[in-house]
Design a protein around this ligand. Structure first.
Ligand SMILES: [Zn+2]
Length: 282
């Protein structure tokens, strides 16, 4: 990185504030500073500021994207481990801070990693303020990743109804969260297939026949009959006809599946326990 003109210059990049960047990304701080001096003719830059934003392993509380709350929350740091590195001259440096944190909102514990590097710093000249602005460009990752499609509370009851059903539904949600849309599309059909078998529908029937059987036994309504036909057809298209559902389409399919599972297992279970507790008429 000895040559200031080396690297990919991207003059049309914009920073988070919407201002054109004065220096391209992924350059050392020294080179970025030089560029700013050349372009804006400023005489002083507070180099220390780039370090003040670096993650501090002594922090007991951090703000992180909670996978359960689906937003940034204050989190208590339960455990921390860090790795640092730098080149021989010390001009390029970086590191990683790994944390186990607990959300103060929902008390979910999760893993958080923050990667920082002198090369990630973004600097720009803000014409409105006449100041050199910057951010540290840290990369934050959490595990589990934030759910794209939040699971309804009643999903927690599925494990008590049938462990395999819970497993299939969970795998479908993991596939959705990880953009495995074809697998999620076929998985939703598999979840319906298995649920129908649990209700007592012959496993050897075609999907169409299974849905007709459910309708005949008044387990589903006519509207649900049509929705489930669409669901199984979508699953078949993903499995055999090269169709890749979008997230929005998957969301719709997951809602149809959820409506079916909720009525078939959760409402049925609640009704049974209610019947036991409500005193009968005299
Ligand atoms: Zn939370």
């Amino acid at each position: 990185m000895g040559n200031a003109d080396r690297g990919t210059s991207r003059p049309h990049e914009f920073n988070r504030s919407g201002c054109a960047k004065a220096a391209p990304r992924r350059r050392s701080w020294d080179i970025a500073s030089k560029k700013i001096f050349q372009s804006s003719k400023l005489h002083a830059v507070d180099i220390a500021y780039v370090r003040k934003n670096v993650v501090d392993i002594r922090d007991k509380v951090v703000t992180s994207s909670c996978p359960k709350c689906l937003g940034y929350r204050k989190c208590d740091v339960v455990a921390v481990h860090s790795k640092e590195w730098s080149d021989e001259g010390g001009s390029i440096w970086g590191g990683n801070v790994f944390r186990i944190v607990e959300c103060r909102g929902c008390e979910t514990a999760f893993f958080q990693s923050t990667e920082y590097c002198s090369e990630y710093s973004n600097t720009w000249y803000d014409e409105r303020t006449g100041e050199v602005e910057g951010d540290d460009g840290d990369i934050e990752t959490t595990w589990p990743i934030t759910e794209k499609l939040p699971r309804p509370e009643w999903h927690k009851q599925l494990i008590r109804i049938d462990a395999r059903l819970d497993e299939i539904v969970t795998e479908v949600r993991v596939a959705i969260d990880n953009n495995l849309n074809i697998l999620a599309g076929t998985g939703i059909r598999t979840a319906f297939d298995y649920a129908a078998e649990l209700i007592g529908v012959d496993a050897n029937l075609s999907f169409r026949k299974k849905i007709q059987t459910l309708l005949g036994r008044r387990k589903i309504s006519l509207e649900e009959h049509d929705a489930l036909l669409a669901l199984t057809d979508a699953g078949s298209a993903a499995a055999h006809r090269g169709w890749k559902p979008s997230f929005i389409e998957l969301k719709g399919l997951a809602e149809i599946l959820d409506a079916f599972l909720y009525r078939a297992f959760i409402v049925e279970r609640t009704t049974r326990s209610l019947k036991k507790t409500i005193p009968s008429r005299r």
